[in-house]
Design a binder for this molecule. Structure first.
Ligand code: NAD
Length: 255
């Protein structure tokens, strides 16, 4: 996948990784880049990119459908849809049920909705590309945030399922799994959280380089932190050893 001349959508495009990806795709020659976000700043980002920037709750399937319909009515078929919007709780299992429902809605169901809306359309026109932002947390857990770990693991599982099930329909899928990236999400005053997220912190520009290369390679996992592949190998080949190391990290960060 090369983004030049393509119609691209990025959710969570008002901030952080989504903003960086949207502006990079435009700089790489995308024909149109549409952005959706809950943050009203998305309207200004849309103006900057010269196309649609709209306030949309991606966990609301009706709102997401209307947004996708609008983009396709104005720009034609979406070639690359990036389900990137995401939230954390910063909490363990004590996050209340409303928080669990909200994070499930954004981190998992928004990816399901985008796939459900777009795959039949993409299949009919011979193919399309879904880029779903999960996290290294989905492969390796996130110290301190239970719901984030669980939902990002769900997002990885969904991306794998979509890739396996719909490859024959011409649907290509990548799953972006970074560790820490410097964005508003990782800008925490809590010293323990700051300690966790500072590990291997990269800038959004570095992440965007990895995304452009990952899309060109059309591989499922995009790992802007290459060391994640090694951690996954340890997890798969010596699971108890991996758990032991993670428990030690947990104690060193949170006591
Ligand atoms: N920053 C990191 O270290 C890091 C690491 C791994 C994965 N990620 C993932 O990358 C993605 C982007 O995160 P970021 O770091 O840029 O954070 P960010 O907070 O800067 O951006 C996330 C954006 O998503 C938007 N959003 C949240 N809920 C929404 C909803 N219901 N509908 C529409 N928009 C919504 C927010 O308004 C925000 O603009 C997220 O999925 C996040 O989980 C981030």
């Amino acid at each position: 996948m090369q983004v030049n001349d393509k119609v691209v959508v990025v959710t969570g495009g008002a901030s952080g990784i989504g903003y960086e990806l949207a502006t990079r795709f435009k700089a790489e020659g995308a024909a149109h880049v549409a952005v959706a976000d809950m943050n009203p700043h998305v309207v200004a980002v849309g103006k900057e990119l010269g196309f649609i920037g709209e306030v949309v709750d991606v966990s609301d399937v009706a709102a997401l459908t209307a947004f996708i319909d609008k983009v396709e009515a104005e720009a034609g078929p979406i070639d690359l849809f990036c389900s990137n919007a995401g939230i954390g709780t910063g909490m363990g299992i004590d996050a209340d049920d409303d928080m669990w429902a909200a994070i499930w809605g954004v981190n998992v169901m928004a990816h399901v909705y985008a796939a459900r809306i777009l795959i039949p359309r993409m299949k009919e026109r011979g193919g399309g590309y879904l880029l779903n932002t999960a996290s290294a947390a989905g492969l390796l857990t996130n110290l301190g945030d239970a719901a984030y770990s669980v939902t990002k693991a769900g997002a990885v599982g969904l991306a794998e399922w979509l890739s396996i099930t719909h490859a024959a329909d011409g649907i290509k899928v990548s799953c972006l799994c970074p560790m820490a990236v410097r964005t508003p999400m990782t800008d925490s005053d809590d010293p323990a959280v700051a300690n966790v997220v500072s590990h291997g912190m990269i800038e959004t520009e570095v992440l965007a380089d990895a995304v452009i290369a990952g899309l060109a390679a059309e591989e499922l996992l995009i790992l802007p932190h290459p060391e994640v592949a090694g951690f996954m190998q340890t997890k798969a080949s010596a699971h108890e050893k991996w758990l032991h190391g993670m428990r030690k990290l947990q104690t060193s960060f949170f006591g």
